[in-house]
Write a protein that binds this ligand. Structure first.
Ligand code: SF4
Length: 144
């Protein structure tokens, strides 16, 4: 007998424990899909990288980090990448106006982004997306 279920969570540490396949959505749009072992390894969609960085770490004295509330971002445009306003690696104009293509990695892993798989494998700065982070660093600096 095969048992299937749909499990929805922002806690990627928990998702990793229970899922064989993972689909990451941002504002209702798919941005990354694939087998769990591939989604939790580089390359990462910038939003997936943000969620992974939000996973609490059991470090004494370190405060939990929380994602900033998104209500101030307004309506997501019909075209372009839905993560554009928060992405530390966005390419101005391209990411804002053109729907990102699917980049196909190994084993059924796919990422929807204008960056190449090589670029998506590089570490990125995600701290500015957290409520406790400094007001600006790489978040306001678009990828060129
Ligand atoms: S680089 Fe562009 S397409 Fe990729 S996640 Fe950032 S804004 Fe979206």
């Amino acid at each position: 007998m095969v048992f299937s279920y749909l499990f929805i969570s922002h806690d990627l540490a928990l998702v990793r424990m229970v899922a064989d396949e993972v689909a990451v959505l941002y504002q209702g749009r798919l941005c990354e899909v694939g087998p769990t072992r591939h989604v939790y390894a580089a390359p990462f969609h910038p939003y997936t990288a943000t969620l992974l960085a939000a996973v609490p770490e059991p470090v004494p004295g370190r405060s939990p980090r929380a994602l900033k509330h998104e209500s101030s971002l307004g309506v997501v445009p019909a075209h372009g990448c839905p993560f554009f306003q928060r992405c530390p690696r966005r390419i101005e104009t391209t990411c804002a106006q053109i729907d990102p293509p699917w980049r196909l990695a190994e084993g059924g892993h796919a990422i929807r982004c204008h960056l190449t798989l090589e670029q998506l494998s590089e570490p990125i700065e995600v701290l500015p997306l957290y409520a406790s982070a400094p007001s600006r660093t790489a978040y306001d600096k678009p990828h060129s």
